[in-house]
Design a protein around this ligand. Structure first.
Ligand SMILES: C[S@@+](CC[C@H](N)C(=O)[O-])C[C@H]1O[C@@H](n2cnc3c(N)ncnc32)[C@H](O)[C@@H]1O
Length: 251
């Protein structure tokens, strides 16, 4: 692994560990009941189209065993099951409240998703267990290299990891505009949905987490250094978002 990225992980952890451990669990416990509506509001309706685009990059086959990491309200699992009902979907997330909402949403559609409440820095699954792994909108809040290493461990050789997150745009002007938009968003969502104290405390964190995060190209390099190959990274919306498709090298 490139020393620069190792140092960045150390710096991210130093800057954010207290927030990750103390505030982020409270933020998601609080937003669970309005999380999906707030996402539609904050992205002016773009979120569902982005998810569909992300899912369209995935190769799925009947009976695949799939792990959705930081699954939240199970939007990925539900979307995948509506495309291929024979999939065996496992969701992991630390927030019992987010998963409770996710289980209700899955049940409403008649889908079954196996839920495990845990911290994703250690995945409670054997090596080489899943045909594919997904992770959407959450890596900013975790130690990326550690979680990606765990994803690599639980993936079967030849299996794919699909990743989507808000990333640091390579273009400086886009980056500055993005931060202004994010700050405004947190304030507007707080007003519209009555967010609790933890979300308000995290207003600066939501911007700083991206300031210290990876660009699409950098995230491709991180994944390649962890023995994924090939790695395809695609910047979306000016690089404010990135899709990655990374294959675990077949044995
Ligand atoms: C922004 S939500 C994304 C949810 C879902 N992937 C989606 O696409 O809507 C981030 C999720 O990551 C979870 N999370 C953050 N840090 C975590 C950790 N260390 N272990 C497990 N889950 C974590 C939160 O509980 C939350 O449900």
């Amino acid at each position: 692994m490139n020393q620069v990225y190792r140092e960045r992980e150390v710096a991210r952890e130093k800057a954010f560990l207290a927030i990750w451990n103390n505030d982020i669990p409270d933020v998601f416990a609080d937003v669970a009941k309005y999380y999906d509506r707030a996402n539609v509001f904050a992205t002016l309706g773009l979120i569902d189209g982005l998810r569909r685009r992300f899912i369209s990059t995935m190769h799925i086959a009947p009976h695949f065993r799939v792990l959705d990491v930081c699954a939240g309200t199970n939007v990925i699992g539900i979307d995948l099951l509506s495309r291929e009902p024979s999939l065996e979907i496992h969701a992991v997330d630390r927030s019992a409240r987010m998963q409770q909402v996710g289980q209700q949403l899955a049940a409403k559609r008649g889908f079954r998703i196996e839920s495990t409440i845990c911290d994703v820095h250690e995945l409670p699954f054997p090596d080489n267990h899943f045909d594919m792994v997904t992770l959407q909108w959450a890596t900013r809040h975790v130690r990326a290299i550690q979680v990606f290493s765990e994803v690599h461990r639980v993936l079967k050789p030849g299996g794919h990891f699909y990743h989507c997150d808000m990333l640091r745009p390579a273009n400086k002007l886009v980056e500055q505009m993005y931060y202004l938009y994010l700050k405004a968003c947190v304030t507007l969502v707080a007003r519209a949905f009555g967010s609790g104290a933890a979300a308000l405390r995290c207003r600066d964190y939501f911007v700083n987490a991206i300031r210290m995060f990876y660009s699409t190209e950098e995230l491709s390099q991180v994944l390649a250094a962890l023995q994924f190959s090939p790695v395809v990274g695609r910047p979306v919306l000016g690089g404010t978002v990135g899709f990655h498709k990374a294959r675990k090298i077949a044995a």
